[in-house]
Design a protein around this ligand. Structure first.
Ligand code: B1M
Length: 209
């Protein structure tokens, strides 16, 4: 029988081959897709997130774990859709206009996906107008913005204002090396996450999960 504990450990180790094998075996055994997701994949990513927060693992380990999760998710996703499993919520995330740094944003997106969010990655250099359009189009519950340059931080304030002016009810979380809680408060963001693992806790709390 497919062992979800071993699946979880394979995610933690970033062992893509084992993660895919056990996921496939669990699907073939008709195990509930939600159980495979929660007890196998998400539980593994949660461990990585907690270790990353405590500086017990670093960016490469997180990326390798996320890659293993992504490969396993490719098998599982159609089963989840067929079973009608609802994601935690939709989150559209991007790096703000003028800013091409995407490593941190990608990590946050991966962690959010790993935690069960439906993540729409808007990429880099995302204009205020695109954030507003995508917020409307995707009906995301959360808009996530990342900035790495002090010169692009004001684009966050501009986007928050535009979302409010457009009357779009969405929670806004921000992150990136130059960002602080004080800055988030100043520009009216709903939350700030100092790292990708905290982004998951923040996103959950923003939507009351
Ligand atoms: Co750039 N760069 N860079 N760069 N770069 C910095 C940011 C810089 C601090 C380097 C320096 O001078 N010491 C500096 C900014 C200075 C400032 O603004 N005060 C700088 C500069 C100046 C520039 C250019 C202007 C250089 C030039 O061309 N003259 C240029 C700008 C290009 C542009 O964006 N328009 C530029 C270009 C580049 C590269 C393309 C070469 C490359 C980016 C590659 C890429 O991203 N694909 C690059 C890199 C790699 C860096 C450094 C070295 C590393 C950034 C990084 O990826 N860190 C950086 C110096 C440094 O930080 N040591 C630097 C790792 C990443 C995981 O951290 O993104 O902070 P970070 O993400 C963290 C948290 O902040 C948080 O989670 C992550 C980890 O848990 N987080 C979120 C991030 N986003 C989040 C969103 C959330 C929640 C959490 O919710 C939505």
């Amino acid at each position: 029988m497919a062992d979800l504990k071993v699946l979880s450990e394979s995610i933690i180790k970033g062992d893509q081959k084992t993660a895919v094998e056990i996921t496939r075996a669990a699907i073939n055994e008709n195990m509930a897709p939600e159980q495979i997701l929660n007890e196998g994949l998400i539980s593994g990513m949660n461990v990585i997130g907690a270790r990353f927060k405590k500086n017990e693992v670093y960016i490469p380990e997180v990326l390798i774990a996320a890659r293993a999760m992504k490969m396993a998710m490719e098998l599982l996703e159609p089963k989840l859709v067929a079973a009608g499993v609802k994601p935690l919520g939709k989150c559209a995330i991007g790096t703000v206009q003028g800013d091409l740094h995407d490593i941190g944003k990608n990590l946050a997106a991966m962690m959010l996906k790993g935690a069960g969010f439906d993540v729409v990655d808007l990429g880099v250099d995302v204009s205020t107008q695109k954030f507003v359009e995508k917020a409307r189009e995707t009906k995301a519950k959360i808009i996530g913005m990342s900035a790495l340059l002090t010169t692009t931080m004001p684009a966050m304030a501009k986007t928050i204002k535009a979302l409010k002016d457009a009357g779009i009810a969405v929670k806004i979380m921000i992150g990136g090396a130059p960002i602080t809680q004080a800055y988030a408060d100043k520009i009216g963001a709903d939350g700030y996450a100092p790292d990708a693992a905290s982004a998951v806790d923040l996103a959950k709390s923003l939507i009351g999960k």
